[in-house]
Design a protein around this ligand. Structure first.
Ligand code: ATP
Ligand code: MG
Length: 503
């Protein structure tokens, strides 16, 4: 088959330009990789230079010869400097650009002063060959240690192109061909075919080096991440040990204080004489209990925040838990003149939860309802199962309520309202945020609705899957039994209530 040299050049130009476009796409995705930008530039410039060669005689010589050769040489220099950057060395442009400048002057001279095609071929091929050999040296010195096979392959290909260019320069210098650049001699055809294939292979080899480098970077990052993760785990373990230790250290003496205050208060070892001492002991006991509550609340909050509070789940009788919590708070409610009523639907009676934390949720919500409801008011606790929304545990009161502006603040740690009555009530503002986190740990959410001076309604919505079907009852069956309850829950008017706030 006879191969037209111009067609060969056109194919070469097309392939190089396509490679250049592919390199641009790759570089856009991996801009941070040293050297990749210059390799992309080199590939694009070589493609443009070859388009210049193909359009020789069609476009002005200034573009196709002077600019075309210049772009090709700068493209090769970009390859060389890209390899230097890839090997973490600084780029060096001055000397190579100076050499390109000299060759460009020679090319212009042999185009405009004397039209000497062989002379142009000799100078440009010689410099290109020189830059190829610089690439070989850089590849063998730098990245070869990290990417043995691919950088050695790239070095071999650059070397091969360098040698063919040197051979071309020498052969044209010694035996200048009579005809021009596109003369279809076997030597020309072989030279351009070889350079076409080598060009593709060089770009592929450079891309492979880039890919290997990215892979190594990803591996290094994974190792770093793994190390950071185990450091974080270690820190979290230390934090959890510290919190557990702190809890122990604080609770032990307080329990001692409580125990001894109780002994004195109850005159367990005989009469204390002056009755004032009994009252003092009772005060010590109450203050100690309050302090213990605070310590527990703060420690629990710290553990939730540190992500180290784990649930101990089991099947729990929700009705018994509600009865226990309302019973515990009944004396305080009686003292304040507040009624408590509760009701648990049979379908929501047995749930999968951490019993201690479920009690904590209920105690926090019911104690708030009692605390912030004036004498004569009422608190109701209801639990039911709505297949669409899930298990709903609702604590509502007809107390002082919360202003709309304060609704999200009270769910933040230490977020207490500034309203006169609420401010005068004791508390540090951790109950609601802790409750919210405990509900979330159970996979649920806490909804807060309120209307100032009319009351507050807090709903813990837990996934329906937490409700366990009592033995003997088919899933979805509606039990005919009466709900477990501790009084009649009051009906509430919806008008004027805030929209539910969850965070
Ligand atoms: P503690 O940490 O002892 O629970 P606290 O009760 O003040 O202190 P939270 O339970 O977090 O803290 O409640 C935050 C604030 O929300 C309260 O200070 C109060 O202003 C408001 N609040 C909570 N529940 C009610 C309620 N049922 N009615 C009115 N205001 C409430
Ligand atoms: Mg509270």
């Amino acid at each position: 088959m006879d191969l037209d040299i111009r067609t060969l050049f056109a194919a070469h130009a097309l392939v190089s330009t396509t490679l250049g476009l592919l390199m641009v796409a790759f570089w856009r995705a991996h801009r941070g990789l040293p050297g990749l930008g210059l390799w992309t530039l080199g590939t694009v410039l070589l493609g443009l230079a070859l388009i210049g060669v193909v359009t020789r005689g069609v476009l002005p010589d200034l573009i196709t010869i002077v600019l075309g050769n210049g772009l090709g040489l700068v493209g090769m220099a970009a390859f060389w400097n890209g390899i230097r950057l890839f090997g973490r060395k600084p780029a060096r442009w001055k000397a190579v650009l100076a050499a390109i400048g000299v060759v460009e002057i020679a090319v212009a001279y042999h185009t405009y002063a004397v039209n000497d095609v062989p002379a142009r071929i000799v100078v440009t091929s010689a410099l290109m060959s020189g830059i190829c050999l610089l690439c070989v040296q850089e590849l063998l010195r730098g990245p070869v240690r990290r990417f043995r096979t691919t950088s050695a392959t790239a070095a071999f290909l650059f070397g091969f192109v360098g040698v063919t260019l040197a051979f071309r320069a020498a052969s044209v210098a010694l035996l200048p061909p009579d005809a021009g650049l596109f003369t279809p001699t076997t030597a020309q055809a072989v030279h351009f075919l070889v350079s076409l294939i080598s060009n593709i292979l060089i770009v592929v080899a450079l891309l492979m080096m880039a890919m290997q480098s990215l892979k190594q970077e990803v591996e290094a990052r994974s190792v770093e991440l793994e190390a950071a993760r185990s450091r974080a785990e270690q820190a979290s373990r230390s934090k959890s040990e510290f919190l557990a230790q702190l809890g122990h250290e604080l609770r032990t003496p307080i329990n001692g204080v409580l125990g001894f205050a109780d002994l004195i208060r109850t005159e367990a070892c005989g009469p204390v004489g002056d009755p004032h001492y009994r009252e003092f002991a009772a005060s010590i006991h109450d203050s100690g209990e309050h302090l213990l509550d605070l310590i527990n609340e703060v420690l629990d909050h710290a553990m939730v925040e540190a992500g180290i509070l784990k649930l101990e789940e089991d099947s729990v009788d929700l009705a018994a838990t509600v009865a226990f919590c309302t019973g515990l708070l009944a004396p305080r409610a009686d003292q304040s003149g507040v009624r408590i009523a509760w009701s648990v639907a049979p379908a929501a009676r047995i749930v999968r939860a951490d019993e201690k934390r479920l009690r904590q949720i209920l105690l926090n919500l019911v104690s708030n309802a009692v605390k912030y409801t004036p004498a004569g008011g009422g608190v109701t606790v209801t639990a039911d199962l709505d297949p669409a929304t899930g298990l709903r545990i609702l604590v509502e009161d007809d107390g002082i309520g919360i202003e709309a502006d304060d609704l999200s603040r009270v769910l933040e740690p230490f977020g207490r309202t500034q309203r006169g009555r609420a401010r005068s009530v004791e508390g540090i503002g951790l109950g609601l945020p802790l409750t919210k986190r405990l509900v979330e740990l159970h996979g649920g959410r806490l909804l807060l609705e309120s209307a100032p001076d009319r009351g507050t309604r807090v709903t813990a919505v837990l996934p329906a899957g937490r409700v366990l079907v009592p033995a003997g009852m088919a899933p979805g069956e509606s039990p005919a039994r009466r709900p477990a309850d501790g009084g009649d829950p009051a009906a509430r008017n919806q008008d004027g209530w805030s929209r539910p706030v969850t965070a």
